[in-house]
Ligand binder design. Structure first.
Ligand SMILES: Nc1ccn([C@H]2C[C@H](O)[C@@H](COP(=O)(O)OP(=O)(O)OP(=O)(O)O)O2)c(=O)n1
Length: 833
């Protein structure tokens, strides 16, 4: 090709491609031809579910484009190597903004649409899987591209976004809220975030969302009035019965975002440690030539961004720096007429444990019940706190400025924070999107920096890169480092030297100890303990007598600044869940069951991301409390509820949404709660195990019903919404791990018994390990297998040996394998990872 861009007419005339419509067209045609020959013919047709659908996969997706190609062929669809006129859908997990405008009117849909459609055996409505939830059914469009004028003229703000923050927070948000930012889970992939171009684009987003948001709360009555009116038009329509509900709910949930980011960074640190070659560019740049080889031992740094959400918001609002500022959904307004807010608040207060600090003071019928996610240190000087209601905060600080959420900004800053630290060390224990522990022993040794020099260095790098301040605390262990950060904040550093620990701790209120929960605190208060000094002056025996041996010792240790747990670099996932506590209003039993089914798919998708399977399945229900108002203070909120939690234990771990749904449905039916009174629904998967490869024999175990049932009334489930606690820090909801979950499985023999299907390399086929396709694959091809009587020869000893002890025993017992009968060691079914 000659230099510059090819001019089709000239060159194509020369090269003979003109009759094919040009070089590229010819190439496309050829590739499609090749595809049809190689893939379509070789793939075994399993169903016609995807008939009429022609996809083009744009960019990295999960399942990968190769896998999607096979799935399309197996299920009657068409896979296009290029986007052509007949492409019906573009499949993408994440697309840069610039690409979207070039894609024309073809809907851009997440790959889950294909997978779920196959799983459920019918083509699902793709509008629930649109990559950007404000895409119309035909027109790909990002809100980010809209000029501020468009926001009003095109009524983008009309539809009420689903306010998702309620189990723990925004229960009382009274006003209709704006959809402040768009995000998809896949957009959160860390690798894509640090890119100056995006930073610029995102600044654009910030500017836009600011306009929309401030339109709502500004003094410019005319603007805000029309926006508010527009919002209220659709305000009554979106409940959990709406098929697009879940996607919108999670796209707009701040708690979902912070939990997701937290999990991502934990996984990112794992991945980076695995791949690390020992090179740390940041560290190399500051390493001294004459290194003092004497080890300085382990010194723990705790690093935490200051009023994180506020600091990110202020990057584009420098005029608000130094002022009292809060990030919240809205300033609020008077209660709706049909709502008995007073009664609801009274009921909440009645239900609080004695001595609990509650956020409901200073709330009247006209004050905002919108929660403050984060407030600036200037606001804190007036007594405003994170988690307070805006109404109460405004009484303490009438000048308090409200700014909107900026999800994109949080992602960016978190990514830069983690990337920066990883340039020096990977001895990182990720805590959340804005907080981590780091062992800096090696850094100090290599650089000969003092703790203070290092702190000054890293804080200035982070500030320069993110535009946000952070604070660092240092100590001999995690506890000391964390408590040192308290003194460092805001925008400071503090090293709690060993000789100062006992004194420093003595002034510490017991409520500051991370291991002391609310109930323990109340009990300690009742026993006359207020500060760590009170504990230091007491005895270990007294504490152990009151709290038991382990807890007593832990309180004792913490009060002396002792933390025996080393930093944990390997993140191990304990549970995966999906919970919804907003918009739950069902008109009939069928709607409730449909929602449970959707939530089962949602939680299965999250499980899939972890590469794990689960044995424990838990259903959590929030049910309107007796005598609680039917119309909640928060529009479509959960109000005062009783919470029920019930779990079942499966005989073997699963990743199948149908199995999950079956169990969830079973529990739901047993709980016998009226569908009209449901206000919150959550599914949690526990007892996670690494996904073990299975053969058909093992598959049959999946259909066995659950074994154990455990029920508990979970009071904290609901109380979380009243009392501000840092609940998000730990492993709460979501996992966004980024693993390729593929394995090779041997496809079954053909009915004739002659060889493997054509086109499968060495008789193997690439299939998603952690999805229902595998299950479908087995089910759908069952009929093609040679009919053999169920015998022990179906059992792959390699698989059997990999199973957890209890399951192995169960299988051995159930199939009489312990009766000295011979087993075949199958090689046909051996799978490679
Ligand atoms: N229940 C919660 C807890 C946290 N966050 C968000 C808002 C915070 O800005 C961010 C980090 O939480 P922190 O507890 O670290 O609080 P801040 O960073 O706001 O303040 P601080 O400077 O005290 O750490 O997470 C939230 O929205 N809801």
């Amino acid at each position: 090709m000659r230099g510059g861009r090819r001019k089709r007419n000239d060159d194509d005339d020369e090269n003979g491609f003109a009759q094919w419509g040009g070089y590229m067209e010819a190439k496309k045609a050829k590739l499609m031809e090749q595809y049809r020959e190689q893939t379509v013919k070789s793939a075994e047709k399993v169903s016609d579910v995807l008939k009429g659908i022609a996809i083009f996969v744009n960019g990295y997706t999960k399942p990968s484009s190769e896998e999607l190609k096979i799935l399309m062929a197996e299920h009657g669809g068409v896979f296009h190597t290029y986007q052509v006129a007949s492409t019906t859908h573009i499949i993408a997990s994440m697309l840069p903004n610039v690409k979207i405008s070039k894609l024309g009117n073809v809907p851009i849909v997440k790959p889950g649409w294909i997978v779920d459609s196959i799983t459920l055996g019918r083509v699902l409505d793709y509008s629930n899987y649109l990559l950007y939830s404000n895409q119309s059914r035909t027109q790909p469009k990002l809100k980010h591209y809209m000029k501020s004028a468009d926001v009003q003229s095109k009524n983008i703000t009309k539809s009420r976004p689903i306010s998702p923050d309620l189990f723990e927070s925004n229960e009382f948000d009274e006003e209709v809220e704006f959809k402040l930012s768009e995000s998809t889970e896949d957009e959160m992939k860390i690798s894509k975030i640090i890119d100056s171009k995006r930073v610029l684009e995102n600044n654009g987003i910030n500017a836009l969302t600011k306009t929309a948001y401030e339109g709502k709360i500004s003094i410019d009555e005319s603007k805000s009035k029309s926006v508010l009116e527009n919002n209220s038009i659709n305000a009554s329509t979106k409940t959990a019965s709406d098929p697009s509900f879940l996607a919108e709910f999670y796209n707009n949930s701040r708690l979902h975002l912070i939990a997701t980011l937290g999990a991502e960074f934990k996984q990112l640190v794992n991945d980076m440690r695995e791949k690390n070659t020992g090179k740390y560019p940041g560290l190399e740049a500051i390493t001294k030539r004459e290194v003092n080889n004497k080890s300085v031992g382990s010194i723990v740094m705790h690093i935490d961004m200051d009023c994180f959400f506020v600091s990110v918001g202020l990057r584009s609002r420098p005029e608000l720096r130094g002022l009292p500022v809060a990030v919240t959904h809205s300033k609020g307004g008077p209660s709706r007429s049909n709502v008995d807010r007073r009664r609801e608040i009274e009921m909440y207060v009645e239900r609080l444990p004695e001595g609990a600090d509650c956020r409901l003071e200073a709330i009247d019928n006209n004050s905002s019940l919108s929660e403050i996610a984060s407030c600036s240190y200037e606001a804190r000087k007036c007594g405003v706190k994170n988690g307070m209601f805006m109404g109460a905060a405004l009484k303490l600080c009438p000048n308090l400025k409200a700014i909107p959420y900026d999800f994109e900004g949080y992602k960016q800053v978190s990514s830069i924070l983690y990337k920066t630290i990883s340039e020096y060390t990977l001895d990182i224990e990720a805590v959340s999107c804005d907080e981590m522990y780091v062992d800096i022993g090696n850094i100090l040794q290599k650089t000969s920096f003092t703790v203070q020099e290092w702190a000054g260095h890293i804080r200035s790098v982070i500030k320069a890169r993110t535009g946000c301040p952070c604070s660092t605390g240092f100590g001999a262990n995690r506890l000391q480092a964390r408590l040192a950060t308290k003194r460092a904040k805001p925008d400071g550093q503090y090293y709690l030297k060993p000789e100062l620990v006992e004194d420093y701790m003595s002034e510490m209120p017991l409520s500051e100890l991370p291991g002391v929960g609310r109930a323990t605190l109340i009990k300690l208060k009742n026993l006359g303990f207020e500060t760590c000094k009170d504990i230091q002056e007491s005895s270990l025996t007294v504490l152990q007598k009151e709290f038991g041996s382990k807890s007593g010792e832990s309180i004792w240790d913490q009060s002396h600044g002792v933390d025996k747990k080393a930093l944990c670099y390997e993140h191990e996932r304990k549970s995966v869940s999906a919970e919804v506590n907003y918009g739950i209003r069902f008109k009939n039993e069928e709607e409730a069951l449909t929602f449970l089914q959707r939530l089962s798919v949602e939680v299965k998708n999250r499980l899939l991301e972890t590469g794990m399977k689960a044995r424990g399945v838990t259903l959590k229900l929030m049910v309107r409390a007796e005598n609680a108002p039917t119309e909640t203070a928060k529009y479509l909120g959960h109000g005062v509820c009783d919470s029920l939690t019930r779990s079942v234990m499966l005989p073997t771990a699963t990743e199948d949404s149908q199995v999950i749904y079956r169990e969830i449905k079973g529990i739901y039916e047993k709980l016998k709660q009226p569908y009209q009174d449901l206000r919150g629904v959550g599914i949690q998967l526990t007892r996670l195990e690494k996904a073990v490869v299975m053969n058909s024999f093992m598959k049959s175990f999946l259909s066995k019903p659950s074994t154990k049932v455990e029920t508990k009334k979970d009071v904290s489930f609901q109380q979380k919404s009243i009392i501000k606690e840092k609940t998000f820090k730990e492993d709460t909801t979501i996992n966004e791990e980024n693993k390729e979950n593929t394995i090779e499985v041997k496809p079954p023999m053909r009915a004739s018994g002659r060889g493997r299907p054509r086109g499968s390399k060495n008789g193997t086929k690439l299939v998603r390990k952690s999805s229902n396709e595998l299950s479908n694959y087995f089910k759908s091809t069952q009929k093609d297998r040679p009919k053999v009587k169920q015998s022990k020869c179906d059992i792959d000893l390699n698989v059997l040996n990999e199973l957890p002890e209890d399951i192995r025993k169960e299988i051995i017992k159930e199939y009489n394998l312990d009766k000295g009968k011979k087993l075949c060691k199958s090689t046909n079914w051996k799978r490679k990872r």
